[in-house]
Design a protein around this ligand. Structure first.
Ligand SMILES: *[C@@H]1O[C@H](CO)[C@@H](O)[C@H](O)[C@H]1NC(C)=O
Ligand SMILES: *[C@@H]1O[C@H](CO)[C@@H](O)[C@H](O)[C@H]1NC(C)=O
Length: 249
């Protein structure tokens, strides 16, 4: 009888101790590290022309000190400090946008990348329409694939030859301000898209009129084109011809 009572007491004490141990053990989270228990599935590829890479985790809830600096992304490809890059809308030509996280304490659940064209007011999805994992650091976009799907889907605006602003933001949308430790929207990078022509003679000097600040193409000065034309004439007809008819210049 006494033995059974003692056994019962031990059991009760054991149960009590166990529940105490559980209660006294709050979940601890290291900021910015996360619990890598869940990884997001690889992004599907059957959408408007893009693939994403980067690992995703379910964002843990962390306490962010209000003194923490604002988080964000810094675009490294193309460098956000450089002049606008030009990309051809052509089959097999992929555009890679890459970025690094800065001062991020709590990673977002997802990232969205878009291209905004002020000329027609349209916003275009860049990469998977399902969004990217919250820790993605790059997206590979095929403007050609997108334009092909836009041909088949009237709800998708068609790409035009113009300048675009790259926008990267998390699930809180493109209009939130900077917050300590969270990814602030980034709209620092502009780029331009152009349609290739079947054959573009250099002398025709195509210039994207709507692409202001386009240093690379503006760099082809009309005088340079004139000189090139003269050189071709000289080579074709020889110095003698040219010397005899200086008016030809
Ligand atoms: C574009 O489409 C082709 C053909 O469907 C596909 O192989 C390629 O991976 C796509 N590119 C991107 C960046 O999604
Ligand atoms: C940004 O990321 C790239 C690769 O993802 C790395 O090589 C580079 O050092 C990083 N730059 C900074 C400033 O963290």
């Amino acid at each position: 009888m006494f033995r059974e009572y003692r056994l019962f007491l031990v059991l009760v004490l054991g149960l009590l101790a166990q529940s105490f141990a559980q209660a006294a053990d709050p979940p601890s989270v290291t900021p910015g590290q996360g619990t890598n228990s869940a990884t997001t599935a690889a992004p599907t590829n059957g959408n408007a022309g893009g693939t994403a890479s980067g690992s995703g985790t379910v964002a843990p809830s962390v306490t962010i000190p209000s003194s923490a600096p604002a988080g964000g992304v810094s675009v490294t490809q193309p460098p956000q400090t450089a002049d606008a890059s030009y990309y051809k809308i052509a089959q097999g030509v992929d555009v890679t946008f890459g970025w690094n996280f800065t001062s991020v304490i709590q990673y977002p659940n997802s990232l969205t990348v878009q291209a905004y064209c002020s000329e027609n007011g349209n916003t275009y999805p860049v990469g998977p329409s399902t969004g990217l994992p919250g820790r993605a650091t790059q997206v590979v976009w095929s403007p050609y694939n997108y334009s092909m799907s836009a041909l088949q889907n009237n709800n998708l605006p068609q790409l035009i030859q113009a300048k675009y602003r790259l926008m990267i933001f998390d699930e809180r949308g493109p209009n939130v301000g900077a917050s300590p430790g969270l990814v602030a929207p980034n709209a620092q990078v502009t780029f331009a898209l152009y349609n290739p022509q079947a054959y573009t003679p250099l002398a025709s000097g195509w210039i994207c009129g709507s692409c202001n600040g386009a240093s690379s193409l503006k760099a082809i000065h009309p005088i340079a084109l004139g000189l090139l034309a003269s050189l071709v004439v000289m080579l074709a007809s020889g110095w003698g011809l040219l010397a005899r008819a200086p008016v030809a210049l």
